[in-house]
Design a protein around this ligand. Structure first.
Ligand code: ZN
Ligand code: ZN
Length: 453
């Protein structure tokens, strides 16, 4: 070829003409069906679960998770694989037990992440009972001081998980509010919708200047018991919980399918860390496996995206969203046009939401159209928050894609010993992969603006 045609061909290679929307949608539909028929999410999830196990932030188990993730990315054909470390407070569970004084009732408990410790022999104190977080807020310090605070609430089953948002403050803020009023320790009704004898752990927050106190969640049957005893008269409990906190380190892992036009990045992922009391499957091994499998399907199709697709597996989500904040800070100068996280279990995607620039809304409608045969409905409003780890990127202007999963049974399993592999419905897991594959490929094959600022 002549130099002129060589240059022309090189330019064509560097910036291929954008396929028509109908062609892109046809390709996305094909990728969707390919993923639905066969994808590696299930074997990835089995391997992560069985060979790595639960992955508490900052522990050697989370580090083994990163080794696993990098090897998986390499095997699936992702490139530019990176591990980016950041400091965290390493919180580790100690001994924990509780019993009602004067009866033989043992209470099934789990310490909340970031909570403080009791002495080894525990604390024995009267219980101050509150039906809601608001009632605790309104109480005078004298009603709380020196007592073990019990905070009740009523979480309900919702498909979109909104009851977790409404009641989440009980776990996140309740212990600190009690500590500020001089409480000796805190027990909350687990944020959960099952009535198994399983407590639901999760992180709590003690702001700077508030010394952490022991804080635990009661299994729902035990919270019911305390609630009944509170109505009978004075209740006294012995509570032992001896977690430790020390400086530690976690890291984010990422890998890419490079785009044909460099400079624009579409991020999808999940978080690698999990709680210690289950197997870390629904939260969030599934999100890790789903997004890796979606990337693998796109990679295997041999259709290079226009924008770079980057799978990010965040560390230390459960203990303070530290990885997400560190990631957003470290990548704030990059042009991340869209970000989405799979972090709501392994059940099917039932709706698609976004928060993108107005110019990107037609693309979101095309994504919704390609996902419709999977039983996915568009959620109007363009006001999605995205998954937790996407929040800090969205705050810097990244567009948000949220594939909302059916949360009907999520809070039966969430943060409990029952978060185990046998609970996964493989057909629903595959439907997730199909949805992510088609949505991310469409977004990455496009050029319409998506960033909100
Ligand atoms: Zn999660
Ligand atoms: Zn979680």
């Amino acid at each position: 070829m002549t130099m002129k045609t060589f240059i022309a061909a090189t330019i064509l290679l560097a910036a291929p003409a954008l396929a028509q929307p109908a062609d892109r949608m046809a390709t996305a539909a094909k990728l969707r069906d390919t993923a639905l028929a066969s994808n590696p999410a299930w074997p990835l999830l089995v391997d992560l679960t069985d060979s790595v196990g639960p992955r508490m932030a900052g522990t050697e188990a989370e580090a083994r998770g990163r080794v696993w993730a990098k090897a998986a990315m390499q095997k699936l054909g992702l490139v530019n694989i990176r591990e980016e470390a950041f400091p965290i407070t390493l919180w580790q569970r100690g001994t924990e037990s509780a019993r009602v004084i004067g009866t033989n009732h043992p209470l099934v408990i789990t310490a909340l992440g970031n909570s403080g410790a009791t002495p080894a022999a525990g604390i024995t104190a009267p219980v101050a009972c509150f039906d809601t977080l608001g009632a605790l807020r309104a109480a005078p310090d004298t009603a709380v001081k020196g007592r073990i605070v019990f905070i009740d609430h009523r979480m309900t089953v919702t498909q979109d998980g909104s009851s977790y948002g409404v009641n989440g403050g009980v776990r996140r803020s309740g212990p600190a509010i009690a500590a500020q009023k001089g409480a000796a320790a805190v027990m909350i009704r687990s944020l959960g919708t099952d009535f198994h004898r399983n407590p639901h752990t999760g992180g709590t927050v003690f702001p700077a200047g508030t010394t952490p106190i022991a804080a635990v969640a009661l299994a729902l049957p035990d919270a019911e018991l305390i609630g009944r005893l509170c109505k009978r008269g004075p209740v006294e409990v012995n509570l032992v919980s001896t977690p430790t906190s020390q400086p530690g380190q976690s890291a984010n892992v990422s890998g890419e399918i490079p785009g044909s036009v460099p400079g624009e990045i579409v991020v999808m992922g999940g978080h690698l860390d999990s709680w210690d009391i289950g197997q870390g499957v629904f939260d969030d091994g599934a999100g890790v496996a789903i997004t890796l499998a979606a990337a693998a399907t796109i990679k295997a199709s041999g259709q290079p995206p226009r924008r770079t697709i980057r799978v990010v597996l965040w560390g230390s989500e459960e203990i303070g969203l530290v990885g997400a904040r560190a990631y957003a800070e470290a990548h704030k100068t990059e042009n991340i046009v869209l970000a989405g996280e799979s972090d709501f279990g392994a059940d099917r995607v039932w709706r698609v939401e976004s928060r993108v620039a107005a110019a990107g809304l037609p693309l979101m409608a095309e994504i919704a159209a390609v996902l419709a045969p999977l039983g996915v409905q568009p959620q109007p409003g363009n006001a999605s928050g995205g998954g937790p780890d996407v929040g800090p990127l969205a705050a810097l202007g990244a567009g948000v894609l949220e594939l909302g999963q059916d949360g009907t049974r999520y809070f039966d399993l969430h943060h409990t010993p029952d978060d185990t592999l046998d609970k996964v419905d493989r057909a629903q897991l595959d439907q997730n992969v199909a949805a992510w594959t088609a949505a991310i490929w469409l977004a990455a094959s496009d050029d319409r603006p998506l960033r909100t600022k």
